[in-house]
Ligand binder design. Structure first.
Ligand code: FAD
Length: 432
């Protein structure tokens, strides 16, 4: 399927004029009168794409397919560990998308995709045809990366990298841990969902431990040499959690040359390539990731495990009628975040309406902003603006974006307020 689609796609783009792409490429609409765009995945990428397609062109029929009637957001899920949020507060539904924007919702899972017929088969048995398909199915985990850590083991040692029951399980394990216990957080190499997420998690756990079990320790075992917003996190950890002292609640260790290879479930020990052994009372193992199964299964990913796309339109390099956005897609150097997925979705929705209406595709800019809490009154952020360079690759806009200044308590508190406000506005923009 992938080979055939690639040929068809390359033939398709060979004949295009500069800056203007043809609509459905002369292919008749599958659905007769109105163009039908199907969006797979109701997370930050898919929900935004569905809403903005309807806002941009009310003549386009939009169907969103998502197996969960309610979606729990990963952003904010680390706040659970500090007792600052609960899962109900992080749960959204698709009512507004249906009632206010006229998106048709199918609560179901895509089980297969016939790209030649532009047809999807749902687990419930229904078939759906599309003129264009936008896929935002998120991530899956590489269960072969660490001996002993598979899907079954994750029920005992939660990754909590998809918010929901795993998050609750990890929070309960933290609460049940004896004072003086050790939490191990194993962090994968790039790229993975939410680069600053593990360090915000360590901060939120440390905040809770400081009040309830102050003799405890969090050891971050990192497959990288450095991490997102490192200087800001370390300054915050020094201020709040004794970082760098023998009594520090948080310790960070790079295992870039000495990767973790094995989990001994019975003894709760992680062993590295050089034979170093790390024992924890609570083990939070975040495995390396790939695009979600549905994308892998249908040949939309390459050898990296992520889906290559033409950035301007989000079109898969393997099928011109399928667009991939969000964490599943390769939009590097834009990081895999909810804010970025929302931004990619808007650019993609704009391109899809242009393709359908056979109008010129506007130049796109993509945005990413990522706020993290170090303590309830201490927030930090990173922001980036991106556009296409002369070679049509995504590149950061020089002079735009940046990280928080190293600041006084008042500014850190304002950034903490912004962290919560940005979360609320992202939810409203995506689902409301
Ligand atoms: C702990 C943590 C904290 C985070 N904090 C932040 C933050 O503060 N700010 C930020 O910007 N980002 C944050 N993120 C990252 C953010 O959650 C993701 O980048 C974002 O959810 C990606 O959106 P998406 O649409 O690509 O995927 P998702 O949100 O995962 O949505 C994918 C959807 O596709 C559906 N799906 C999968 N397969 C199928 C199928 N076969 N058929 C139909 N539907 C399917 C799934 O059910 C899912 O609902 C955080 C992530 C984590 C883990």
């Amino acid at each position: 399927m992938a080979g055939l689609s690639r040929r068809r796609f390359l033939q398709g783009i060979a004949g295009l004029g500069a800056g203007v792409l043809s609509g459905c490429g002369g292919v008749p609409l599958r659905s007769g009168g109105k163009a039908h765009v199907v969006v797979v995945g109701g997370g930050f990428g898919g929900a935004t794409a569905a809403k903005y397609l309807r806002l941009l062109d009310a003549n386009i029929q939009v169907t969103l397919i998502e197996p969960k009637a309610k979606y729990i957001t990963c952003p904010g899920s680390n706040w659970l560990f500090a007792g600052l949020a609960n899962l109900d507060q992080l749960t959204v539904d698709y009512q507004d998308l249906q009632d206010r924007y006229g998106v048709k919702l199918l609560v179901d899972r895509i089980s297969s995709l016939d790209a030649a017929q532009r047809q999807l088969r749902l687990a419930g048995g229904q078939s759906v045809t599309y003129d264009r398909l936008i896929m935002s199915p998120g991530i899956d985990f590489r269960w072969d990366a660490m001996a002993g850590y598979d899907q079954a083991a994750a029920e005992q040692f939660p990754h909590a990298w998809q918010a929901g029951p795993q998050t609750l399980l990890l929070a309960r394990q933290l609460q049940a841990m004896p004072d003086g216990g050790v939490v191990l957080i194993a962090v994968p190499a790039d790229p993975y969902r939410c680069p600053p997420g593990p360090y915000e998690r360590a901060s939120m756990m440390a905040y809770w431990l400081k009040q309830h079990k102050p003799r405890s320790k969090i050891l971050i075992l990192d497959a990288k040499r450095s991490f997102s917003k490192q200087a800001l996190f370390e300054a915050g950890w020094t201020k709040h959690y004794g970082y760098g002292t023998t009594n520090s609640l948080i310790e960070w260790l790079s295992l870039a040359d000495n990767p973790l290879l094995q989990l001994d479930k019975q003894n709760r020990v992680l062993t590295s390539e050089f034979g170093d052994r790390f024992r924890g009372d609570v083990l939070n193992i975040i495995p390396p990731q790939t695009a979600a199964q549905i994308a892998l299964q249908h040949g939309l990913a390459d050898a990296t495990g992520w889906c290559p796309v033409r950035p301007l339109t989000g079109q898969s390099l393997f099928d011109e009628f399928i667009h991939v956005i969000g964490d599943a897609a390769h939009y590097a150097p834009i990081p895999k975040s909810a804010f970025a997925a929302n931004s990619e979705a808007k650019a993609c929705a704009l391109a899809v309406t242009s393709l359908i209406n056979q109008t010129a595709i506007a130049e796109a800019h993509w945005l990413n902003t990522c706020y993290s809490l170090i303590a309830p009154d201490h927030g930090i952020s990173v922001a980036g603006v991106y556009k296409l360079d002369a070679a049509n690759a995504i590149a950061p806009v020089k002079g735009a974006g940046g990280v928080s200044a190293r600041t006084d308590a008042q500014v850190a508190a304002t950034e903490a307020d912004y962290t919560r406000a940005v979360y609320r506005s992202l939810i409203a923009d995506t689902f409301g």
